[in-house]
Design a binder for this molecule. Structure first.
Ligand code: GDP
Ligand code: IMO
Ligand code: MG
Length: 420
């Protein structure tokens, strides 16, 4: 049996904290896509940890954490992450597993990411520059190298062949930075990676499923960054939606049960691209400061705005979301008035459909307003203790989406969650 936790917006919904919270109910926590562009924050005691590639169940000593074949893996980041979690008492040597089919991010992928973004000028995507796009291009272009290739005696030859190909592309981009130090770091990290548990991920997970083990698939990024259904071209390069679980872990659809979607009580986006409910006024600044909305991976300020139910409804539809977790509700505590976007006005027409090219048309959000709850909810443990105004807010969202909001996260702490 497999459940999924994924983001319904443009990433950073609080997946790290929520996966860590739910992990106790599962035997295996598995990442199915993305790479070090992700930054998943969780707390171990009072220590803040940001995970990029290691699944967010790693601090549960009795759980297996699997990096699936759908991920693109940077050995350099992985080594640093392993050292960081070990310093907090985590034994990654026994509970971290990596699929041999997982594609590798090479130093030249990072260089190509940078060169490609620079060449786009004002049209840049706002990539995290971790080499994600070029690594997935080499996967679909059938050039990429995989974790299993590291164990082959011809790995260095294969690496040099691909590097030469990349060099020609970099020359075209007029990119001449010296990446030799990156390569030294890479080969050092490769030796480290070879000492980890490298497995055939799909057989590994099926053996567990056959013996009744419970799997939690952890998404990275968010549905609006999905390569097919997001705000293309301002998206990431992987399938961030529930369908990505099947191809990213080798699991057939019928094994998937619950799809738990996470949304913030408002909305953020980092990087370029359309964001209909973005607030560039003092309310936007308030959300950024109160919510500490600065990227976990890059430190960039996140763009902030009201929750967008048109986009959320779309995300629930393509993912088959069965229940919702709403995070960062506490950030709205002091607001007098709250808004939710219930439709878009485009070319004089009101619509509740996400348009094909959001960035080519003018979208004016149509809002429904609510009285704020104006009280501190961060210590509440029980749904029945939530303020009436908050119940109104949640009920409206429940009814609009037709999916229950079963959990409300009211602070970054491990135990700050109200379960319905
Ligand atoms: P992820 O990428 O989806 O895992 O999210 P990030 O870790 O990038 O960003 C979420 C941020 O919000 C982190 O700093 C979390 O510690 C924090 N956070 C998560 N849930 C809550 C919440 O309910 N309230 C508050 N105040 N912070 C939260
Ligand atoms: P988590 O898992 C928020 C955004 C980047 C950029 C676009 C493409 O922490 O929610 P990429 O590096 O993939 O080429 O960038 O996607 N992006 C994220 N935004 N959270 C993330 O991950 C993101 N991963 C990528 O800012 O706009
Ligand atoms: Mg994040």
């Amino acid at each position: 049996m497999v459940d999924v936790i994924l983001g319904l917006q443009w990433g950073d919904e609080g997946k790290g904290k929520i996966v860590d919270y739910f992990a106790k109910n599962y035997d295996i926590i598995a990442r199915f896509q993305g790479g070090p562009n992700a930054g998943h924050t969780l707390y171990v005691g009072d220590k803040k940890v940001v995970l990029h590639q290691i699944p967010s169940g790693i601090f549960h000593p009795d759980k297996i954490n699997l990096i699936g074949n759908g991920v693109v893996l940077d050995p350099v980041t992985l080594k640093k992450e392993c050292e960081a979690v070990e310093a907090l008492g985590c034994n990654y040597k026994s509970n971290l597993f990596i699929s041999e089919r997982t594609h590798l991010i090479l130093p030249t992928h990072r260089a190509l990411d940078k060169a490609s973004e620079t060449s786009k000028g004002n049209d840049k995507i706002g990539s995290t520059l971790k080499g994600i796009g070029p690594a997935y291009m080499d996967k679909t272009g059938r050039n990429g190298l995989r974790v299993g290739d590291l164990l082959d005696k011809n790995f260095t030859t294969q690496y040099i062949k691909l590097r030469l190909k990349h060099q020609r592309l970099l020359d075209n981009f007029n990119f001449h930075e010296d990446i030799t130090p990156w390569e030294e770091e890479f080969f050092d990290a490769v030796e480290f990676l070879k000492t980890l548990n490298i497995v055939n991920g799909e057989y590994f997970i099926h053996e567990k499923i056959k013996t009744g083990k419970r799997i939690l698939a952890e998404g990275a990024q968010g549905s609006m960054l999905d390569v097919d259904f997001g705000t293309f071209p301002f998206v990431t390069s992987s399938s961030t939606i529930s369908a990505g679980v099947c191809s990213g872990l080798g699991i057939a659809p019928q094994f998937i049960k619950e799809v738990i979607g996470i949304t913030k009580a408002y909305c953020t986006r980092v990087g370029s691209g359309p964001f209909p409910t973005e607030l560039t006024d003092e309310t936007g600044d308030f959300l950024r400061n109160a919510g500490n909305e600065f990227g976990s991976t890059t430190g960039r300020p996140r763009r902030c705005g009201w929750i967008d139910l048109v986009a959320l409804n779309f995300a629930c539809m393509i993912n088959g979301v069965t229940q919702i977790v709403m995070t960062k509700a506490d950030i709205l505590d002091s607001l007098e008035e709250l808004k939710v976007c219930k439709s878009y006005l485009t070319n004089g027409q009101e619509t509740t459909t996400v348009p094909f090219q959001m960035n080519r048309i003018e979208i004016s959000p149509i809002y429904h307003s609510f009285e704020g709850w104006n009280s501190d909810i961060s210590k509440i443990k029980d749904f029945s203790a939530l303020p009436d105004q908050m119940n109104n807010y949640i009920r409206f969202i429940n009814n609009y989406l037709g999916v229950p909001v079963n959990y409300i996260s009211n602070g970054p702490g491990r135990d700050q969650i109200v379960a319905g």
